[in-house]
Design a protein around this ligand. Structure first.
Ligand SMILES: *Cc1c(COP(=O)(O)O)cnc(C)c1O
Length: 366
């Protein structure tokens, strides 16, 4: 038996509903912006529960747009978490600002108790990440931000489908970013992203900047860039959005089952605490596993496609050299890099797949 990590072959098994829409688009030749983009943006804004959605090229561009819209520029510091995907930090650097990292907690989320200490006179914003599809304590983060007069920008790239206190990621910060990369819970056939905000002024600026700073064909108001989503992908996105509720439900069913069974293997397996007020999207199902590297080899050999997010901590990457962090700077993140394993949890796995995986893990520790 094989337990695949990649669910995309199942996800797009029946592409004909998408093809039918694509045919209409091709006939219309509206290949940039246009009605399919606007339709998806409306749908997604409604899904999140915000006023505005501006679709983008990808999640990284969405982050950059958020940061630029609040004026993040050289000399500014932006606080984010040390165990995120490179793009959270890359987006800050791309605005010419300095990323300031903070360690994570045992839920793999930014440790809110370490944020205040990281704030300096140069700090302009906090960029918390909904890592793996779980949510950091956004209430506390917003309190800290308010007290220190900082902006909050959510990196909700993995957060589609999650809920915190019945509110969706994307409703806590002033402008917030999502990704539709093929490995996220809402995925298109390539790259895609969105910014969401309730702020009219920021929404207008982002919309303009995303499209060369044009107000119309013959007038530009600011020097912008081209960060538009492809209408071909907007069609895929609308199609996928209809399925997302089911996707998250099934991922939660799978994750609860794994939780229940893996808890029996404590302390060889240590799972993150699950918060009652946080519905997780389970973009990643992670745990800390004793003898991780050996277990990983064994599982891969057994046909179970496990991953590590990530084996080399971000602050120890060559790109991060100028940030002057060293080994020991973020002990929790570093421990996770040594022990963490990501198991397949996606919506196309059957109980058989999960039991096969669980049995192999049990066998390993016996
Ligand atoms: C995927 C991801 C991004 C980047 O999104 P892209 O669409 O790949 O550019 C940024 N931050 C986090 C936390 C992500 O998981």
């Amino acid at each position: 038996m094989k337990v695949p990590y990649n669910y995309l072959p199942y996800e797009f098994k029946n592409p004909y509903p998408i093809f039918n829409q694509w045919k209409k688009l091709i006939k219309s030749t509206q290949f940039t912006l246009g009605p399919y983009i606007e339709k998806f943006e409306k749908e997604f804004a409604k899904y999140v529960g915000v006023k505005h959605c501006i679709s983008t090229n990808n999640g990284t561009d969405a982050l950059i747009l958020c940061l630029k819209s609040i004026g993040i520029s050289p000399g500014d510091e932006v606080i984010t978490v040390s165990n995120t995907f490179y793009a959270s930090v890359g987006a800050i650097v791309s605005c010419g600002a300095t990323p300031v990292l903070v360690d994570c907690d045992n839920r793999y989320q930014i440790d809110v108790n370490l944020i205040q200490k990281a704030i300096t006179r140069k700090t302009k914003a906090i960029l918390p990440v909904h890592w793996g599809g779980a949510s950091p304590d956004m209430i506390k983060i917003n309190k800290i931000a308010k007290k220190n007069k900082l902006f909050v920008i959510e990196d909700a790239c993995m957060g589609i489908g999650a809920q915190l206190n019945k509110k969706r990621p994307g409703t806590f910060g002033i402008a917030n970013a999502f990704s539709m990369h093929p490995l996220k819970t809402l995925n298109v056939m390539g790259d895609g992203g969105m910014v969401v905000t309730n702020n009219d002024k920021l929404a207008n600026w982002i919309k303009k900047f995303r499209n060369h700073g044009m107000t119309n064909r013959d007038n530009i108001e600011i020097w912008g860039e081209n960060k538009r989503l492809q209408p071909l992908q907007a069609i895929v996105a609308s199609h996928q959005l209809k399925k997302v509720k089911k996707t998250i439900q099934q991922r939660n069913i799978n994750a609860s089952y794994l939780d229940r069974k893996l808890k029996e293997l404590f302390p060889n397996v240590i799972l993150p605490p699950r918060k009652k007020n946080n519905v997780e999207a389970f973009a990643l199902y992670m745990g800390l596993f004793k003898n991780r590297d050996k277990l990983m080899k064994y599982l891969l050999k057994s046909g179970i496609d496990v991953k590590i997010h990530y084996p080399k901590p971000l602050h120890l990457q060559r790109a991060a050299k100028n940030l002057n962090y060293k080994k020991g700077s973020f002990p929790v993140s570093e421990k996770q890099a040594r022990k963490l394993l990501t198991l397949p949890v996606h919506q196309y796995l059957s109980k058989k797949h999960l039991n096969f995986m669980l049995n192999k893990i049990k066998l390993f520790y016996r």
